[in-house]
Design a protein around this ligand. Structure first.
Ligand code: TNX
Length: 536
């Protein structure tokens, strides 16, 4: 995928194309006059966007981006930055200068104004004279810019000069999200991913208006964030990964860089420290955290449910306090995820006791608790969110427990494993991934309604959806992309688009149009036979 802020000179390539044009002209000298240029191909229809916009009003005349187009921005640092981001996307493929200025007329305009846009919505108006994106907040402008990218031909995503023409269909899009929480999770514990790999994924998430990046920072196989008061967590607990590779961890500077980069794409980082189970890396790093005072060896397998913090020891809560304090201090977002899943080696009474003591620590450092839905088996704190990862055949009792918590005010993030888990195989032949929640092809992952999913849970309790990517079998950016694309686009659409737009037959056509974009961006995706991809 293209890095922004590239400075590769393109002038020689431009000169090359000019010479070619001149040469072509030379052959026509003395023969019949050159035929009239072919008419412009029709621009992509205004609504051919993922996630589907809330409202689309086609107009008559398209806008054509040319060598004379400017990007006009409000005179504010943030809007100028978004203008520069858009210029970075458009310049390499169009070859146009696309100056970002706060004066002039026509062209592409990004403006902040009061209006019915909410925190993330925008209006995009396109016609002969220009394209104007209006929003109340910079996040809305940024999401509008992602829409504009998709309205241009897929070749706009390439990093070398392409022929164009660069037409944007005319009309008006009014758009804002269905849910405030539209997440993707990356498990950096089972396999470690570098800052650059995480940032690449952030750029991909931003294409689809995802606004939360949940980082699963600790598990049995690795502790991935430096904690100054417990240094061995990272230096020893982070020293390996599944299958025994060397693992790794983020320094605080690394983590802050991820947070900064995510914020520049309007994503908030939600850090997770999984407790009281999934803690072998911590238990291996500090013998004192174990009930018997003996540190277990590091673990590089893929079993779950065998480790637990020692609920009866005070040092456990000193540890949690230090970790939460240090992590909260470098996390500007409001949420801190405390895990809580698959605590099979913790008794129910201990689990409840642990959550009763740990949730107030999160509040003490100014954060709101998110937990996997097993948290509803304890007493979720005021304002806590439960992340549901059950499946169709999860027991009715477990579903009812989550629904009851939702009735009592616990918000829900929906990540049903048999729909949203990006680590599930698409088909039995998928070379990566797992199948414990079944096979999840593109239609299955898209075709459900988060608002009416969990029986007995009020629709108003649903804060959004999240697509987790567990990485027992995932080791590279190519692996991430193969499992995330195309399903991530569907998860993003479930989070953003109004329920009224939900329609598999229409979705699969819009989704198919993303294929050439992913090709242009170098994103290797699964070409599911359920989707009518254009031929390559
Ligand atoms: C279940 S889902 C887990 C993870 C595994 C994942 C593999 C959840 C909250 N826990 O520990 O990585 O399955 O698909």
């Amino acid at each position: 995928m293209r890095r922004h802020h590239r400075t590769t000179p393109r002038i020689s390539r431009l000169l090359g194309s000019l010479l070619l044009v001149a040469a072509a002209g030379a052959f026509t000298v003395g023969s019949a006059p050159a035929p009239a240029p072919a008419p412009d191909p029709a621009p992509a229809p205004l609504g051919r966007v993922v996630p589907a916009p809330a409202s689309v009003e086609p107009g008559t005349s398209p806008y054509r981006v040319t060598g004379g187009t400017g990007i006009r921005v409000d005179d504010s640092r943030e809007v100028r930055r978004i203008g520069a981001y858009l210029a970075d996307v458009l310049r390499p493929s169009t070859g146009y200068p696309l100056p970002v200025t706060s004066h002039g007329q026509g062209g592409i305009r990004l403006r902040l104004a009061k209006g019915p846009f909410g925190a993330e919505g925008y209006r995009l108006e396109s016609g002969r004279k220009g394209v104007t994106i209006t929003a109340a907040e910079p996040a809305g402008l940024f999401h509008g810019v992602q829409t504009l990218r998709q309205l241009l031909p897929a070749a706009v995503e390439k990093d070398s000069v392409q022929p164009g023409p660069w037409l944007v269909a005319g009309g008006t899009i009014e758009d804002s999200p269905r849910y405030a929480y539209r997440g993707a999770m990356l498990d950096v514990s089972r396999h470690f991913f570098t800052v650059a790999q995480v940032e690449r994924y952030i750029d991909e998430l931003a294409l689809y208006k995802v606004n939360k990046l949940h980082l699963h920072l600790s598990d049995d196989q690795g502790w991935r964030i430096a904690i100054d008061s417990w240094p061995r967590l990272a230096t020893y607990g982070g020293s390996t990964q599944v299958d025994g590779g060397k693992g790794g961890y983020y320094t605080k500077a690394d983590y802050k860089e991820i947070v900064r980069y995510a914020a520049s794409r309007y994503l908030e980082v939600v850090p997770e420290i999984d407790m009281p189970g999934h803690t072998n890396a911590a238990l291996a790093s500090y013998a004192g955290l174990n009930c018997d005072g003996v540190a277990p060896p590091l673990y590089t397998g893929t079993d779950v449910g065998f480790s637990s913090l020692c609920v009866g020891k005070d040092i456990t809560y000193d540890f949690v306090d230090d970790v939460v304090r240090e992590l909260a201090a470098i996390t500007p977002g409001r949420s801190l995820h405390i895990g809580g899943d698959e605590a099979h080696s913790t008794s129910h009474a201990d689990y409840v006791k642990f959550m009763d003591r740990v949730q107030p620590i999160v509040a003490k450092y100014g954060k709101t608790v998110i937990g996997w839905h097993q948290l509803t088996g304890a007493t979720p704190a005021q304002g806590a969110l439960a992340q549901y990862w059950g499946l169709d055949d999860t027991s009715e009792a477990e579903k009812a427990q989550v629904a009851k918590a939702a009735q009592n005010g616990t918000g829900l993030i929906l990540s049903p494993a048999d729909r949203m888990y990006l680590d599930m195989k698409y088909t039995a032949d998928t070379p990566l991934g797992q199948d414990w929640a079944g096979l999840v092809d593109v239609k299955r992952s898209y075709d459900w309604d988060p608002g009416a999913y969990l029986p007995g849970a009020p629709a108003s309790a649903v804060r959004g959806v999240e697509a987790p990517l567990w990485t027992e079998t995932i080791q590279s950016s190519a692996d991430i992309e193969y499992m995330a694309f195309p399903r991530l686009a569907g998860a993003a659409e479930l989070g953003w688009s109004p329920a009224a737009t939900h329609d598999w037959d229409a979705y699969k056509v819009r989704l198919a149009a993303q294929g050439p974009r992913w090709d242009a961006l170098g994103i290797g995706y699964y070409r599911s036979p359920q989707v009518p991809w254009p031929a390559r």
